[in-house]
Design a protein around this ligand. Sequence first.
Ligand code: FAD
Length: 546
Amino acid sequence: MVTTGFSNLYRQQYISQMASQQFDLLVIGGGITGCGIALDAALRGMKVALIEKSDFASGTSSRSTKLIHGGLRYLKQLEFKLVRDVGSERAVVHRNARHVVIPEKMLLPIVEGGSLGKLPTSLGLLVYDLLAGVKAEERRKMLDRHETYKAEPLLNTNGLLGGGLYFEYRTDDSRLVIELAKSAYANGALLLNYAQSTKFIYDSTGKVTGATVTDHNSGNSFDIRAKVIVNACGPWVDLLRKEDNSLKGKRLQLTKGVHLVFPYEKLPLKQAAYFDVGDGRMIFAIPRDNITYVGTTDTVYNESIDSPNCTKADADYLLKAINHMFPSAGLQLNDIQSTWAGLRPLIHEDGKSASELSRKDEIMVSSSGLISIAGGKLTGYRLMAEKIVDLAEKKLGRKHTPSTTKNYRLSGGEFKDEDDFTNSLKQFLAQGEKLGIAPQVVSRWFYRYGKNVQQLFEIYLSQSKHANATELTETQYGVKHEMVHTLSDFTIRRTGNVFFNYPATKSQLPFIATAITSLLNLPEEAKTQQLSRASSEFEMVVAFKH
Ligand code: FAD
């Protein structure tokens, strides 16, 4: 069906194709949930279209704690099934996208008066490992007080009783989403960013048969017809249910979660830590490249869904927690380099506080046939997609074809096993050296693009004389193969540079804006607009400081 690359260069062709046929499945929302559904359905031979009102992963799916985890804390809430399902899924997500899902050692300090005692923690971590089917060599290790302090010398020794070491996986949420989107595209799905569903179309019996879509690039509208329509709009799910006149029964309760980013030297942790805050909640501190990020908060949210931000109160809460656990760091407001804030699309439960609400996913089918899905976790995206596509098959009256995503390697993640992964990195480093590309750059590319680094090398060959050859190569790859349309798409969601390397990124913005707009043949004013929009977005993430 698709005849061109995954790029906004072919936007008009995508729109013509979307407007001129009836799809089996229309997915609204390009976060992890929507892109996961699009891939599963495309692999089962369905004709699939997906629209995203902004950029892929611009909602919650670029604003998480970036862990593929079973949710140790859900054990405290006795959610054994959730821990088992999502916990065992970690290994699957890792195996299918090794370049963006990496094992991460976690330290769980046990402190006097904390919510975790030594014995319950030891048992809890063991149950966690067993429920999740963790390999023997990766199972939890309990540490005494001295060993814990040795593992993390920045820890507050006051009241420190010991600790536990266990494994989770770290990811880059928005890169995981884009690899899913690329994989869905490679299997015949049509996906478009900056395309918003504004109205549903119904037949004479009241069944939903399509959606009117606004193309935010041109301002024009077009219709997409489909036999089954899925609302995978995360925090926006209820807005679409309202539009469908089906906002009855279960409703969303949004809660906000904020993360703070510090330069690594301000909080130089030896490994990630997961610790008690003192109010019954727990937070993560995760070192990564040149930074350490800390999060998260969990507060009921009733403001604008489009622009959740870190407030001074959020920052103060996290600073207090981190300074209590790592007092020698003495972190202050001005040490915060960047932040991100995301909204959890949870299902409202009477009488429960934000952090007590279940993270389970929920599927709602309206009388018009609209399927809505909300809740869940990044980690369980594949299982959620499987359920939705099974349901879509039934609605389509098709014979059941089992999902094949369990063993499907995502774009860039086509490694046979761990050895292949390690050897591929070595080969790319050797190839990069011959091309004159610094090993740090090759390694960074490898953990972003996996096997697709080969395509970046090919682009680099035509750029190598340029002063900013590596940046230009990456930008070109983003525009030509990853649907980059704006400066923020590239600097936030394709590379994470704004979150993880804000000071250096700031100076590169004009150059990258020029590259993107000229590659997409956009007029000069588009560059100015993109720059000013990106600057205000970046300023917003640290606005609470002023
Ligand atoms: P979203 O990512 O929000 O996607 C919905 C998309 O729909 C958006 O991109 C939006 O622009 C689009 N949309 C809305 N309206 C329209 C429309 N009319 N037309 C077209 N498109 C539309 N999970 C984990 O597994 N591990 C973690 O470490 C973790 N940490 C978290 C930390 C925080 C602070 C939060 C908030 C969540 C965390 N989660 C974590 C949960 C996880 O991030 C979410 O469950 C997941 O990202 C939700 O994805 P989604 O696709 O359903 O929603």
